[in-house]
Write a new protein. Sequence first.
Length: 266
Amino acid sequence: MDRWDGETLLRTHPLDGRTVPYAALMTGNLEAPALRVTVADPAHAALIEQVIRASFIAAPPEFAALLERDPVLARLNARYPGVRPVRQFDLLSALVRCISAQQVNLRWAVTTRRRLAEAFGEPHHIGAHLVYSLNAKRLAEANVGEIRALQFTTRKAEYLIAVAEAIAGGRLTMATLAALPDEVVISRLVALRGIGRWTAEWILARGLGRPCVVAGDLGVRKAVGLAYLDAPLPPEAEVRRAVAHWGPSAGIAQALLLHGFAPPGE
């Protein structure tokens, strides 16, 4: 699915039942960031330009004041200038990312996602590049055994099929969720098998671009514990209290913290 080799980002964007693939090559620098974008179908160039501009979540006006009173974030922002969350507009891909990462390390999650994309996805060529998109209808028609063969657990296979069925049937869309308040979005998502609150909060943060702290996520708990609490793995409630001051800048702050405190290689 999404691929990034340090220079080129390969992605797809859903459009009216079709998929638009594109490649974005980094050509700028921190002072003057720039991307040279190639779209498989030039007719979609204007749309993809809008998508890319909306992909990087900008810091809100309150961010500067937050840096002044939070030395942890100030140090991270100085060390990693320009680190920002990148939104995921494809709801199926976003949920598959979350399900695949449950109770495994990120390297294994990436491996199983690649296998899923190759087995049930659609390949798209952009010049010499290849990227896959997932088709909800095709994945919904899969059986548990087929997904188990890719080394997903039985439960995860069931969850993936259930999510694909909800999206293929039109019961769940990113546009519908975008019109709802946070807690209603969470309630809609956790009604699906295999989707807990932390997964729903990741959709809020990375799918909808809202300033949501995913306090139940293992990586977030570890990072907040190291940065603010001198504790290896604080409980969710302590995490929420420790970062309540982030406010509207929570999405940017969370991305900086995860980037700064991520284990080597992740």
